[in-house]
Design a protein around this ligand. Structure first.
Ligand code: GLN
Length: 605
């Protein structure tokens, strides 16, 4: 096993996660099998109890792991399936050491950060790196490890120490350290400044780690003399210094790395053999370019608890993007804060209310994502009602499905008190109820979590057709409440079909309205398994319906039997050379927050 460790210096938010994932893509393009580990030095055992509005979305894995959103980037970029143990936190490491101490495994010794915590970190890395994640047998060739935080953070010290020991233990040729740093430009002089990078490399060395490759974030490509200066002061050869300048969408990053021959640098440091003759990144190039050139918009209203931090819904945005690219449309996400749609806002702030409704009414499609707590629920119910009555394509995810069920109970079944017991425990008409095996006393890891099977019950429904008439689909869950099975017959009489259910027939997984262009709600989260080039079927259905392509999409699936052939653009492949000659349109609009994610339109790429 070879290890690539990615650290970050100077400031946070440099896009280390995207850089690490892109390194993985480059290695994969060389014919190597890649796995990854994300280290989060915080004390939480996992991300499950962390607020998505502070820390970004909680990403859910097949095994039910609730992890940092960077693992989502790895899964999407590398098309792999990670496990809960691929996300290491200080909490997990200390828990494992303290458990051992309680068992008496340390045989009377004083248990200390060095060597016990640092040993536990190294053992964890070595164990998890061996887990196959790409569906093939046996371990991967390379494990990319991203260390969260910035060099110098107090909480990452044990990890730095462990990685220093680890690099010594596995030896040169098996360990490559990529340090991601910032090269700012001072407006007055317009000069690219290397000092912050010099300082952060110095701190890294003082802590016992030597960078092999420098990845410098900057607004524009680094000047040659700047690279030389960095090389001289940081003791890294110029050929191992790459610039990751601002780009229009993150799919350009692996291409930027290739363009600067980062593949060669990695292969040399790791003494690897390239398996693929030419790095195969044509599909990436095509996608990166298509994404930049799309003009025709598809407007999706995202009705949620929006607080201006788009990372809270990262995977949903990615899934929408994958589907939009497949439909050759430019994704425009209109954020609608659900409380703004509610009646009281009309009284308190009529303009805010009007603006929210104008956005909703102008949308081609409406999406209500997952959520917890009762704030803004009534606004979401109003959005679902609008979509149902005005035949606007609608996709409700988890909470988005539950509120659609509540809406139908209230408006169609004439049950005005209908509610979820999550929002009104005393409702006389509980149409969404607490699921029996959940826990009300413990919040961490007690939901219905991870991959579960949904069986399609109605072959003629759109959800089944979008899944190529498969008999089941495995999707990831994260919830405590579900549709009350006792009310299902009543709903069905009113035209709401429960087209997907679990194996017991008690858990309602997919709802669909037949007399509507596209009204689907799912108890699971299909966004977590969407991939660039392999969009989630139900997201694709939403976007296709929103731009009136659903019929042709369903016809295509019927004849071809799958979605993927349609998801690759019909523009011919673009050669690596064309990219290197700068023939691809690259808008290098400066990104205010120095983050790869944003393309400046408020839409994540
Ligand atoms: N709060 C709801 C539940 O626990 C929905 C959860 C979600 O949307 N992920 O069931």
């Amino acid at each position: 096993m070879k290890y690539v460790v990615v650290t970050g210096g100077v400031v946070s938010g440099l896009g280390k996660g995207v850089t690490a994932s892109s390194i993985g893509v480059v290695l994969k393009a060389c014919g190597l099998r890649v796995t990854s580990i994300k280290i989060d030095p915080y004390l939480n055992t996992d991300a499950g109890t962390m607020s998505p509005f502070e820390h970004g979305e909680v990403f859910v894995l097949d095994d039910g792991g609730e992890v940092d959103l960077d693992l989502g980037n790895y899964e999407r970029f590398l098309d792999i399936k990670l496990t809960h143990d691929n996300n290491i936190t200080t909490g997990k490491i200390y828990q494992s050491v303290i458990d051992k101490e309680r068992k008496g495994d340390y045989l009377g010794k004083t248990v200390q950060v060095v060597p016990h915590i640092t040993d536990a970190i190294q053992e964890w890395i070595e164990r998890v790196a061996m887990i196959p994640v790409d569906g093939k047998e046996g371990p991967a060739d390379v494990c990319v490890i991203e260390l969260g935080g910035t060099i110098g953070d107090i909480e990452s010290m044990p990890f730095i120490e462990a990685l220093g020991q680890f690099s010594y233990r596995v030896g040169p040729g098996n360990f490559c350290l990529v340090h991601v740093s910032l090269v700012p430009v001072l407006n007055t002089v317009g000069e690219q400044k290397t000092k912050p990078t010099q300082h952060s490399v110095r701190s890294l060395r003082a802590l016992g780690l030597t960078p092999n490759i420098l990845a410098c974030r900057s607004a524009k490509p680094l000047e040659e003399n700047v690279k030389e200066k960095l090389s001289q002061f940081c003791h890294v050869p110029v050929s191992n210094i790459v610039t990751l300048h601002d780009v229009t969408n993150i799919w350009h990053i692996p291409l930027l790395l290739m363009e600067q021959r980062a593949d060669e640098a990695l292969i040399k440091v790791l003494k690897l053999k390239r398996f693929a003759k030419e790095p195969m990144l044509e599909e990436w190039m095509r996608r990166a370019e298509i994404c930049d050139t799309l003009q025709d918009p598809v407007r999706i209203a995202m009705v949620g608890k929006y607080t201006g931090f788009a990372d809270s819904y990262l995977s949903v945005l990615k899934a929408l993007l994958h589907a939009s690219v497949a439909c050759q449309r430019k994704l425009v996400v209109d954020w609608v804060a659900s409380p703004d749609l509610e009646k009281h806002t009309e009284v308190e702030a009529p303009e805010v209310h009007k603006k929210a409704w104008d956005l909703l009414k102008a949308a081609d499609g409406i999406l209500v994502p997952g959520g917890f707590g009762d704030r803004g629920v009534e606004g979401k119910i109003l959005a679902a009602k609008y979509a149902r009555e005005h035949k606007v394509p609608y996709l409700g995810i988890c909470l988005g499905m539950q509120i659609a069920v509540i809406e139908i109970a209230r408006s169609v079944l004439n049950l005005p008190d209908a509610n979820s017991t999550e929002f009104n425990p005393d409702t006389t008409t509980p149409c969404v109820i607490f699921m029996p095996e959940g826990s009300k006393t413990h919040m961490g890891g007690t939901m219905r979590l991870g991959s579960r099977r949904t069986y399609f019950k109605v072959p003629s429904c759109k959800a089944a057709k979008l899944h190529s008439n498969a008999s089941f689909v495995d999707e990831r869950h994260r919830h405590r409440y579900e549709v009350n099975p006792e009310m299902v017959p009543e709903f069905e009489k009113a035209g709401l079909a429960f087209v997907g259910q679990d194996e017991t027939g008690k858990r309602m997984e997919i709802i669909e309205l037949a007399d509507h262009p596209y009204f689907i709600g799912v108890q699971f989260h299909p966004e977590f398994k969407s991939r660039p080039g392999k969009p989630s079927a139900l997201f694709l259905g939403l976007i296709a319906a929103s731009c009136r392509q659903l019929d042709s999409l369903l016809r295509h699936i019927l004849h071809r039997g799958n979605l993927t052939s349609r998801c690759i653009s019909n523009t011919g492949p673009i050669s690596t050379k064309a990219y290197q000659n700068g023939n691809l349109k690259k808008h290098t609009k400066s990104l205010a927050n120095g983050n790869f994610h944003s393309n400046g339109n408020g839409v994540h790429a």
